[in-house]
Design a protein around this ligand. Structure first.
Ligand SMILES: [Zn+2]
Length: 174
């Protein structure tokens, strides 16, 4: 976000030169530089055996299920965000977040940090902000996520990381 006014005192910001960034909006009164930074958020694939946790939220995709997501709160590590968001949205305990890479989402100025995490305990008890939540078998996950391109990319990385081979698994089922 490009700041024009100080979010603390409301004064119009001036430009101050910073070696790495060039001219940066600056408040003389509060002596703070307001860098044009994105909002960090997490996108989380929760793994339980051969299943992945998917949510349905009508306001995001109409015909698609999605992974757990949420904003990083000030004062916590990103790994803490992962565990907290899963607990808040579906009431289950997870552990050992593994980082899978990041994506930039321009329309909302988000930097999405993606993770996989292991299920530990608890039953799904969804929060108000979630319409539905379910464990979906890995062989059906990509299809269920139809519209969610980033989410599907994350799931493919999970498959690679855990050595899940879709074709091999389907073959075994027959
Ligand atoms: Zn100010």
């Amino acid at each position: 976000m490009k700041y024009e006014y100080c979010p603390i005192c409301g004064k119009k910001l001036e430009k101050k030169y910073s070696y790495d960034e060039g001219d940066v909006p600056y408040c003389q009164k509060d002596k703070i530089m307001f860098f044009d930074v994105p909002k960090p958020c997490v996108l989380v694939a929760v793994i339980k055996g051969q299943e992945i946790l998917l949510l349905k939220q009508e306001y995001t995709f109409k015909d698609s299920k999605i992974l757990v997501s949420g904003y990083v709160a000030n004062g916590e590590t990103v790994e803490e965000t992962v565990v907290r968001e899963v607990k808040e949205e579906v009431g289950i305990i997870v552990e050992k977040p593994e980082y899978l890479g990041s994506y930039y989402f321009k329309p909302k100025e988000l930097i999405m940090l993606t993770f996989m995490v292991r299920y530990v305990s608890g039953e799904i008890t969804k929060s108000q902000e979630v319409d539905e939540a379910y464990w979906v078998n890995m062989r059906d996950v990509l299809q269920e996520m139809n519209e969610d391109k980033v989410g599907k990319d994350v799931v493919k990385k999970v498959f690679k990381r855990i050595g899940y081979n879709e074709e091999k698994y389907l073959h075994k089922e027959k």
